[in-house]
Design a protein around this ligand. Structure first.
Ligand code: NAD
Length: 474
C-alpha cells in the first residue's frame, strides 16, 4: 500500500467519516485515520456520536420511554401489565448491539467506497503529512488535502473529577449497570437533561445542579418555561438553577456534592454523579507546533466560512471548529469541504442548522428565537399552535407542547420555528426545508398536510401567524 493519498481525513466521527465517503465518491483516493477503541479495545469507527453519544443515548431514551409508558400510560389505554420489571443489563446490551451494528456499518461503507481505514492517533506534520501512531509504532502518510475532524471531549471540572465509578461523564452514564437510587447530574444542558431523563424514567431520584439561573437559555423562553414545568412538576426531575458545584467527596458507595446557590451552601449525597458541563474541542497535540496551525480563543481550529484552516490544503470540520457541536452540522461541513476540494461550489448554511433535545416531550428548533428577534430590532410577528388541539397528538396521549413560528412582519419570511412536543425532532425538518428555501409562513399555510398528523400543528402555527388557525381561537 502506498502512503500517498489524495485526501486524508483525521477523525471518523460524523464529520470525518462523511467527509471521507464524499471524497471517495468524488474520485479521490482517500484515507481516514481514527483511534477510537470500543470497550474490548477493538477499533470502532463513528466517533463520539456513534460510540458514546447520539446513538447509544437515543437507544436508552427509547428503552426508558417504554418503561415510563408501561408504568404510567398503558393503564389509560385499558392495558394492565401488573408490576413490570426491568433488566438493565439487557437494556445496556441492546444499546451496545445497536452501536456495534452501526460502527461496523461505517467499516462496510469504507470498504465499499475503497477508503483506507488507518487505526491510530493522527497528527499533522510538515508538508501535509499525517503521522499515525498506534501500538505497532508510527507511520507517516501524505496527501494533497487534509481534513481535520478531530471532534470534542467532555469538559472536566476539578470540583467533580470523573473516576468512572461513582462520578461519570456522558460515556460512563450510558453504562451504569444498576439503577442508582439517587442520581446527581451537574449541568442542565442537552446531555444532563437527556441522561437525567433516562435514569429518572428507570426509577432514579434525579437532581440536576445547574450553575446559571436560566433554564435552557438558548431555547425560546416560552417553550423553555413549559418544558421546565413538565420536567419538574410532571416528571419529577429536581432541577436546581443557580446552583454552582463547589466540591465533591467520594466514599465507598456514595458521592457527597457541595454546591452554593442564592440561599447559601448545601450538600447532597448521591449514589452516582454525572458530569455534563459541556464539551471542548479535542485539539490538543493534533499538529506539530512548528506549523503554526491557528486556534481561536476557545481552542478550536480557526477556520474561515469555507472551513479552510491557516495552512494551505488543510481543512477542519465538526466539533473542533466554530459553530454548534452537532453531528449533522459536522457532516454537512464534511460534505461541503469534499466538494470544495473537487472544485465544486459547496455552501454551508449555518443559519438553518436544526437543534434537538431528546427529552419527552422533545424540543427542536431552527432559526432565531423571539428574544433574538427583539434584540435584533426586527419587526416580527408570531403564531403558535398547541398539540392539545391536534387530533393525532391527542390520539397518542400527548397533550403538552406547541409549535411556535416567528416571521418577518413585513415580508412574512420565516425567521425561526420552535417546537416542544411529540416527534419535534422529525417535525423540525419541514421548518428547516422551508427556511432553506426562504419560505414565508404563507407557503406553509398553503401546503396540504396529511390528516391526522402531528405536522398539522406546523400548518396551523403557520396559519396562526396570520390570525387564521382553524382549530384554535386566534
Ligand atoms: P451544554 O453546554 O449543553 O450544557 C452544559 C451545562 O452545564 C450548561 O447549562 C452550563 O451552564 C452548566 N454548567 C457548566 N459548569 C457547571 C458547574 N460547575 N456547575 C453546574 N453547572 C455547570 O453541554 P452538554 O450538555 O455537556 O453537551 C455538550 C455538547 O454536546 C453540546 O454542545 C451539545 O450541543 C452536544 N450534544 C447535543 C445533543 C443533541 O443534539 N441532542 C445531545 C448531547 C450533546
Amino acid at each position: 500500500m502506498s502512503n500517498k493519498f489524495d485526501v486524508i481525513v483525521v477523525g471518523a466521527g460524523p464529520a470525518g467519516y462523511v467527509a471521507a465517503i464524499r471524497c471517495a465518491q468524488l474520485g479521490f483516493n482517500t484515507a481516514c485515520v481514527d483511534d477510537w477503541q470500543d470497550k474490548e479495545g477493538k477499533p470502532s469507527l463513528g466517533g463520539t456520536c456513534l460510540n458514546v453519544g447520539c446513538i447509544p443515548s437515543k437507544a436508552l431514551l427509547d428503552s426508558s420511554e417504554k418503561v415510563e409508558q408501561a408504568n404510567h400510560e398503558f393503564a389509560s389505554h385499558g392495558i394492565s401489565t401488573g408490576k413490570i420489571s426491568v433488566d438493565i443489563e439487557k437494556m445496556i446490551a441492546r444499546k451496545d448491539d445497536i452501536v456495534s451494528n452501526l460502527t461496523k456499518g461505517i467499516g462496510g461503507l469504507f470498504k465499499a467506497n475503497k477508503i483506507t481505514s488507518l487505526h491510530g492517533r493522527g497528527k499533522l506534520i510538515a508538508n501535509k503529512q499525517i503521522e499515525v501512531t498506534n501500538d505497532k509504532g508510527t507511520e507517516v502518510y501524505s496527501a494533497d488535502n487534509i481534513i481535520l475532524a478531530v471532534g470534542s471531549e467532555p469538559i472536566a471540572i476539578p470540583v467533580a473529577e470523573v473516576d468512572n465509578n461513582l462520578i461519570v461523564d456522558n460515556a460512563g452514564a450510558l453504562d451504569i449497570n444498576a439503577v442508582p437510587k439517587k442520581l446527581g447530574v451537574i449541568g442542565a444542558g442537552v446531555i444532563g437533561l437527556e441522561l437525567g431523563s433516562v435514569w429518572n424514567r428507570l426509577g432514579s431520584q434525579v437532581t440536576i445542579l445547574e450553575a446559571i439561573d436560566t433554564f435552557l437559555p438558548t431555547v425560546d423562553k416560552q417553550l423553555a418555561r413549559e418544558a421546565q414545568r413538565t420536567f419538574t412538576k410532571t416528571q419529577g426531575l429536581d432541577i436546581k438553577l443557580g446552583a454552582r458545584v463547589t466540591g465533591s467527596k467520594t466514599s465507598k458507595k456514595s458521592v457527597k456534592v457541595s454546591y452554593a446557590d442564592k440561599d447559601g451552601d448545601h450538600t447532597e449525597s448521591f449514589d452516582k454523579l454525572i458530569v455534563a458541563v459541556g464539551r471542548r474541542p479535542k485539539t490538543n497535540d493534533i499538529a506539530d507546533p512548528a506549523l503554526g496551525l491557528k486556534l481561536d480563543e476557545r481552542g478550536r481550529i480557526d477556520v474561515d466560512d469555507s472551513c479552510r484552516t491557516s495552512i494551505d490544503g488543510v481543512w477542519a470540520v465538526g466539533d473542533a471548529v466554530k459553530g454548534p457541536m452537532l453531528a449533522h452540522k459536522g457532516s454537512e461541513e464534511g460534505v461541503a469541504v469534499a466538494e470544495m476540494i473537487a472544485g465544486q461550489h459547496a455552501h454551508i448554511n449555518h443559519d438553518t442548522v436544526p437543534w434537538v433535545i431528546y427529552t419527552h416531550p422533545e424540543i427542536a428548533w431552527v432559526g432565531i428565537t423571539e428574544e433574538q428577534a427583539k434584540e435584533q430590532g426586527i419587526n416580527y410577528k408570531t403564531g403558535f399552535f398547541p398539540f392539545a388541539a391536534n387530533g393525532r397528538s391527542l390520539a397518542m396521549n400527548e397533550k403538552g407542547g406547541r409549535v411556535k413560528m416567528i416571521a418577518d412582519a413585513d415580508t412574512d419570511r420565516i425567521l425561526g420555528v420552535h417546537i416542544l412536543g411529540p416527534s419535534a425532532s422529525e417535525l423540525i425538518s419541514e421548518a428547516v426545508l422551508a427556511m432553506e428555501y426562504s419560505a414565508s409562513t404563507e407557503d406553509i399555510a398553503r401546503t396540504i398536510h396529511g390528516h391526522p398528523t402531528l405536522s398539522e400543528a406546523m400548518h396551523e402555527a403557520a396559519l396562526s401567524v396570520d390570525g387564521r388557525a382553524l382549530h384554535k381561537v386566534n
